[in-house]
Design a binder for this molecule. Structure first.
Ligand SMILES: NC(=O)c1ccc[n+]([C@@H]2O[C@H](COP(=O)([O-])OP(=O)(O)OC[C@H]3O[C@@H](n4cnc5c(N)ncnc54)[C@H](OP(=O)(O)O)[C@@H]3O)[C@@H](O)[C@H]2O)c1
Length: 253
């Protein structure tokens, strides 16, 4: 995959990791569309990077996901990269989880339902492009959960699993599948001031781009990179073997 000359949709591109990735995509000569819920954050991003194309969208809502993709297909029929980055993080004390279910469900909807829905709905379009990619932003917490963010960690583990299946099923297709696995990064995740212990977002994004341009498909950094290196090869092989076996018995896949 060449990381220039593409038209790229970055969900949650108005702040933090998404904005850092969007800025680097722009600098490499890509057209970049970002989406987010707050218009003022989109406007702030556009003031700094005037070439950004901004769209207001809440990916928690299935109808808004479909509207976003319809906008992309109609306005930029050659768009070819989906970056599923939008995410939220909630601290949940399971002993006192007294909020209505909607409070917990939204983390699942934004962090997991949205990337899965957007990917499945975008794939018919992406598969028609000569080169394309789906880039999913998971987390080092997909590999070892943060107990204070139990639903968050589970959504990231689920997205990592989905990403691995996606990559296996799309072997040989024009759509590359990339997973970005951040460690703690200093952004507004969970609310301003809660992630200041993380690594600087620019250092992280620079390292990600180096690996992306080198063709890496699973991109960690710092502590998350170390966690990835601890995944036994035997476990990685198991998924490939299951897929190869299934495929040999199922000609419609
Ligand atoms: N920071 C870390 O330590 C860390 C570590 C591992 C993984 N990650 C992952 O990295 C991704 C980006 O997070 P970040 O750290 O950059 O957080 P951030 O600074 O809070 O940025 C999140 C971005 O997503 C947007 N967003 C949130 N909910 C959305 C929704 N429902 N629909 C559309 N846009 C939405 C936000 O804009 P609006 O609020 O205006 O919608 C904002 O642009 C997330 O998936 C996160 O889980 C972060």
């Amino acid at each position: 995959m060449e990381w220039n000359g593409n038209t790229i949709l970055v969900t949650g591109g108005s702040n933090g990791i998404g904005l850092a990735l969007a800025a680097r995509f722009l600098a490499r000569g890509n057209r970049v569309v970002i989406c987010g819920r707050r218009q003022e954050k989109l406007d702030e991003a556009k003031a700094v990077y005037p070439d950004l194309i901004t769209v207001r969208c809440d990916v928690m809502r299935p109808e808004e996901r479909l509207r976003l993709l319809a906008y992309m297909n109609e306005t930029y029929p050659d768009w070819n990269v989906l970056v599923n980055n939008a995410g939220i993080q909630q601290h949940i004390n399971v002993r006192r989880a007294s909020e209505p279910w909607e409070h917990y469900e939204r983390e699942i909807a934004i962090n997991f339902d949205a990337p899965v829905h957007l990917t499945l709905a975008a794939l018919p379009h992406l598969l028609e492009r000569p080169r394309a990619a789906v880039v999913n932003v998971t987390s080092g917490l997909a590999l070892a959960p943060a107990a204070w963010a139990p639903v968050y960690s589970a959504t990231k583990a689920a997205l990592r699993s989905f990403t691995q299946s996606l990559r296996l099923q799309l072997q040989g297709a024009s759509v590359e599948v990339v997973e970005i696995v951040p460690p703690a990064v200093n952004t507004d995740l969970g609310g301003p001031g809660l992630h200041t212990f993380g690594v600087p977002v620019d250092d992280f994004a620079d390292a990600v781009f180096e690996k992306l341009e080198a063709g890496a498909k699973e991109i960690g950094y710092g502590d998350a990179e170390r966690r990835l290196s601890l995944v036994p090869q035997e476990l990685r092989n198991a998924a490939e073997q299951m897929w190869a076996g299934f495929r040999s018995r199922n000609s419609n896949f």
